[in-house]
Design a protein around this ligand. Structure first.
Ligand SMILES: [Zn+2]
Length: 168
């Protein structure tokens, strides 16, 4: 089951109830979508062509969508060391929640902004790098890098637990 990949948006869409650290499984129930914007202005001559740069931009699609993937139905097994890292991550998040105090918005997300909000795909943040280390490893480069896997890649069935390759 390790060969079942998670897309970036699916990883960012994970919430704690989707993860069973005792069983070592996770379920993909939703995905974060890349924001898409339309102009909120009436096409002023200000020189912003793309809706994303419009000062009055408005989203044209929801930022989170339920997913009906097979992965969501049967769950994905997590190697033991990933479970350990997730437990550690949860403790760190609890500290960050305390640090943020009233600024924290609880959404149950596994990976959040410093104030608890969800992350958008393609956001290059510290948290995103942390996600990759903790849970997932980018498979390949370029276009295929959107696809990431629990553990360290598509392990053959019954293979030994991966020890991680984040030593660089
Ligand atoms: Zn505009």
């Amino acid at each position: 089951m390790l060969a079942l990949g998670l897309r970036q948006g699916e990883a960012l869409g994970l919430q704690w109830p989707d993860v069973d650290l005792d069983e070592g499984t996770l379920r993909v129930r939703r995905a974060r979508l890349r924001p898409k914007w339309a102009h909120g202005c009436d096409g002023s001559p200000g020189g912003h062509k793309h809706g994303g740069y419009c000062p009055q931009r408005r989203p044209t699609r929801p930022d989170t969508a339920d997913t009906k993937s097979k992965a969501g139905k049967r769950g994905i097994g997590l190697p033991d060391e990933r479970v350990t890292l997730l437990r550690k991550h949860r403790e760190e998040q609890n500290r960050e929640r305390l640090d943020a105090g009233p600024l924290w918005t609880e959404g149950g997300w596994l990976f959040t902004t410093p104030t608890g909000g969800p992350l958008n795909p393609r956001t290059d943040t510290t948290e995103w790098k942390r996600l990759l280390v903790i849970l997932l490893v980018v498979k390949g480069r370029g276009g295929s890098s959107r696809r990431i896997f629990p553990g360290d890649g598509p392990a053959p069935t019954g293979g030994p637990n991966e020890t991680g390759s984040e030593t660089k």
